[in-house]
Write a protein that binds this ligand. Sequence first.
Ligand SMILES: Cc1cc2nc3c(=O)[nH]c(=O)nc-3n(C[C@H](O)[C@H](O)[C@H](O)COP(=O)(O)O)c2cc1C
Length: 199
Amino acid sequence: MTDIPDLAPWRSLLAKALHQNRSLVYSRYLQLATVTADRKPSNRTVVFRGFLNPGNRLQIITDTRSEKIAQIAVNPHVEACWYFPKTRVQFRLAGTIAIVTSTTTDETLQAARQTVWGKLSDNARSGFAWPQPGADRADCADSSAFDVETPAPTMPLDKFALLLLEPDRVDQLQLRGNPQQRQIFTRSATGWEQREVNP
Ligand SMILES: Cc1cc2nc3c(=O)[nH]c(=O)nc-3n(C[C@H](O)[C@H](O)[C@H](O)COP(=O)(O)O)c2cc1C
């Protein structure tokens, strides 16, 4: 029998926030912080690409050449911070990230990578054929390096990585109300624990 992971109690809260803020395109943007090799924080905005079902893993995409990939490979511990302006709710999701690339042998994960790739816009897919992110722009001063053929939606480029963020601690802060409300969900060996804390 396959083990189907339980839905974490914070998932319905996050799903509700996504639904209530769906009119704001930027409500799918979150900040993802990693740790550098010299143990400094590194933070950037990414797009939420849905949950990998079943389970509680958040899907994010990135370029294998981006700095976050090397950082996560050394230290998979991350924290994401996500604010929903319409309902004034913040989620901080701490956990670990697994990287799914063209060389990942797990068929389920590879299928998930292909599915997410297939849903990208032409522009988003083309970005993975661009020159090295973060490299000196002078290297491709003539912008023809960015005139790439649009990659097919059926064949993810090697540079395309799917990141799976598995939270083990979720801190939800609701600004609405006086006092504000804050609850923390922590994953233990027996499941999720939930407690209300002072804001
Ligand atoms: C609104 C917005 C959405 C972004 N979405 C992503 C994304 O989904 N994945 C990604 O790798 N970078 C995304 N970026 C770019 C990153 O913020 C960052 O500049 C890039 O990933 C390089 O970061 P790194 O070198 O630290 O890995 C986005 C930027 C903005 C402003």
